[in-house]
Design a protein around this ligand. Structure first.
Ligand SMILES: Cc1ncc(COP(=O)(O)O)c(C=O)c1O
Length: 437
């Protein structure tokens, strides 16, 4: 039996639906017991002549002096030598704790199925690895619309999935609302048409809308997903549903009625006979570490199944970028261990929250029509006519925004604009969009 077949067999027993969810590539990939493993086994050998990196006669790193001087506070070993495949074990364990610290109780933390997060080179990389593992040409991939543009590259052009766009929000009697009905109807439609594999991307808080579900919406969404296979038209052959939760903006929920706990906790309780839940999160926004390029990919499954999925994810990384930046991991690990991490995060979040509040107040005093927003860094403002054309006119007046042609709207990223500059910016938006001046 080949090494891939061996781990596939473990997965087939431990979480059959997760095995079914794998793409053809995902089934083939495994981590050979190559140099990294042999080097780890030889870590304490007297003559460790395994790995292609350089150490001095004391086994310490041999950085170039000018580089070491610039980061003299960091142990050179932590910055200049390789870290294990899949990332530092201590960092992965610390991130796991970081996720579980949001559980409502100790019992919930213990009961939540959560693999050891696999470290990736940023969240985009985590999304890409998940796409490689679970998407084939005939996988029905459900993406929110409007969406972060990179999703089309990752899940469409790169992974070649069959893309379905579900409306993230729709008008209702209460204004625009999270659109659970359309999402569920579309997935049910795909099931009725005999879909074999479904891959659903949920992005909360959402880019570009800046919306995060309320507690009520979060419960409704998970209940609706859980009921996908119920009802009179229950399909005989049930497809497998992989849910990929992209939580890039987690922690940036500005209103009290937002569901602040990661949706992963609710999703991980879905029936494992039909669902596999994956979570992508990381330091980029949550820790304001945009240049650090550290993200994580985790799975909600038993430890036996987790080990296989982690190995496959690590093999994807091994075969594309091999090891990850060590210094990014070192800095993040230090942050996660710091006693004042929450205060430091809160200090930065307060700055962004204030900008959110100012923008919300200012927009409410205009005639502009905009989508509900309560989280992340964004607000979406509707325009009549071509958003690209409006964007260019705004640019001439010194306001840079992003156009969303599919929604006839503009995305305003308030996270980079000082609070005291927002009122004037909103005035220009109103003048340009409403008054056409
Ligand atoms: C929704 C969403 N997911 C993922 C990412 C990617 O994050 P990273 O920079 O860590 O790759 C972004 C970045 O803008 C994003 O908006």
């Amino acid at each position: 039996m080949s090494p891939a077949e061996q781990i596939n067999l473990i997965l087939q027993t431990a979480h059959p639906a997760a095995y079914r969810a794998l793409s053809s590539f995902g089934r083939q990939i495994y981590l050979p017991k190559g140099v990294p493993l042999q080097a780890a086994q030889a870590a304490n050998a007297r003559w460790n002549a395994t790995i292609g990196q350089c150490t001095d006669d004391q086994g310490e790193a041999m950085p170039l002096a000018m580089m070491a001087e610039r980061i003299s506070d960091v142990d050179p070993k932590e910055a200049f030598l390789y870290t294990p495949q899949g990332g530092r074990k201590d960092l992965r364990a610390a991130w796991r704790e970081h996720i579980l610290s949001e559980a409502d109780s100790k019992e919930e933390a213990q009961e939540t199925l959560l693999s050891l997060p696999v470290t990736c080179a940023g969240l985009t990389h985590g999304l890409s690895v998940a796409a490689e593992l679970f998407i084939d040409k005939d996988t029905e991939v459900f993406l929110p619309t409007p969406r972060w543009g990179n999703y089309d590259l990752i899940f469409g052009i790169r992974a070649q999935g069959k893309i379905h766009s579900y409306n993230f929000m729709l008008p209702s009697s209460q204004g625009m609302q999270l659109n659970i009905v359309d999402l569920i109807a579309q997935i049910k439609g795909a099931i009725a048409e005999g879909a074999k594999k479904i891959f659903l991307v949920l992005n909360f808080p959402n880019n570009p809308t800046g919306y995060n579900p309320t507690l009520k919406e979060a419960d409704e969404l998970v209940a609706a997903l859980s009921g996908l296979f119920e009802g009179p038209e229950e399909p005989t052959e049930k497809p497998m549903i992989t849910i990929l939760l992209d939580e890039a903006y987690h922690g940036m929920e500005w209103e009290d009625d937002c569901c602040r706990q990661s949706l992963f906790f609710r999703l991980s309780k879905l029936d494992r006979e039909h669902f596999l839940i994956c979570k992508v999160d990381g330091a980029t926004k949550e820790m304001f570490f945009f240049g650090g390029r550290i993200g994580f990919l985790s799975f909600a499954t038993s430890s036996a199944a987790s080990e296989v999925l982690e190995e496959k994810a690590i093999a994807c990384i091994r075969s594309s970028i091999s090891a990850l930046s060590s210094i990014g991991q070192a800095l993040l690990y230090e942050a996660l261990c710091a006693e004042d991490l929450l205060e430091q995060q809160e200090k930065n979040r307060t700055v962004v929250r204030e900008r959110y509040q100012v923008l919300k107040r200012e927009l409410s005093q205009t005639k502009l029509s905009y989508w509900p927003f309560n989280s992340a860094f964004f607000a979406v403002v509707n325009v009549a006519g071509d958003p690209e054309e409006v964007r260019h006119r705004l640019l001439e007046r010194g306001v840079g925004v992003v156009s969303i042609p599919s929604a006839g709207a503009l995305r305003i990223s308030y996270s980079t604009v000082p609070a005291d500059m927002l009122p004037e910016m909103v005035q220009i938006l109103e003048d340009t969009i409403i008054n056409g001046s």
